[in-house]
Design a protein around this ligand. Sequence first.
Ligand code: FAQ
Length: 323
Amino acid sequence: MPVQDFEQVFQDKIDGEIKIEPKDWMPDAYRKTNLRQISQHAHSEVVGMLPEGNWVTRAPSLKRKAILLAKIQDEAGHGLYLYSAAETLGMSRDEMIGDLHSGKAKYSSIFNYPALTWADMGAIGWLVDGAAILNQVMLCRTSYGPYARAMVRICKEESFHQRQGFESLLVLSKGTDEQKAMCQDAINRWWWPSLMMFGPKDSESTNSDQSMKWKIKRKSNDELRQQFVDMIAQQIKVLGMKLPDEALQWNEQRGHYDFGAINWDEFWAVVKGNGPCNKQRLEARRKAHEQGAWVREAAMAYAAKTAQKKAAAAMQAGALEMA
Ligand code: FAQ
């Protein structure tokens, strides 16, 4: 079949809401953009464990520690589903991780900010996971089958993450003056970076047009950001706290909240590696990878030994049958 025909069949599937599967023909650029997005997403989940991991030993109670540990483990699991989904597009996990460690691959800007107080654990759950869910609910319907299926389970876990974050802040918001101040301070620091998670504004989003045509993305960066502002502007009332934005105001005509200008210079500086914690995050990942080498080697040796034993047992069973 000529390439144009393959392209037509491919586009018909997309238009007809039929998922694209790993063995289906797909344009090279579709493969590349999925690989880019899914692997960046996987890296984000894994690097995203670092700001929270920092607080495991300092959680204020056993209950909070158990919740935090469970959440961090979930993020590791998300990373694994996503690396597996990305591998179906033809790149090995080792290569992807190599790209993360060399600084070639991106991961979400949000994880380059420090988690300074216990309230940050609540703010990350409520705001960061809250932003992640809005974006990921849309991805449950993305056109690439393995990515869409991975997202279904991830979204279920993320909604638990968001609720635990909100509940944790709710407790602080009803606590002592010091706890209330800590809660407000965490919201102040995480609000703007959370808005940046949705990516550049639509007019500067280089990948959006094509990704929308291929139904990799179903909603634009600005649409999702607005949805997030509308949701959080309501939820913050329950906390009795304030969002750090004087321009935040309900706009009756638009049926949405208006909000202030995002500092895009800060966003691009963080994306280009110059955020407050970029170097520290990459160093921590590289070190964990190096120090974990023996675990990977031991697991490989064990798998080879088990396979050898299985093969020997099968041969022996075959020989007995013949006798
Ligand atoms: N940070 O053309 P667009 C989580 C880059 S998971 C860094 O609009 P696109 C769970 C973008 O890559 C959070 N870079 O790009 C958790 C592109 O550069 P490239 C992660 C960013 O792909 C919670 C350039 O800017 N979620 O939080 C960012 O169409 C708590 C132009 O941008 C996902 O990854 C950014 N924020 O749309 C874990 C979801 N934004 O690659 C632990 C999947 C943009 O061409 C604790 N990803 N860039 O060199 C997506 O939905 C999309 O990739 C977007 C960006 C919406 C993020």
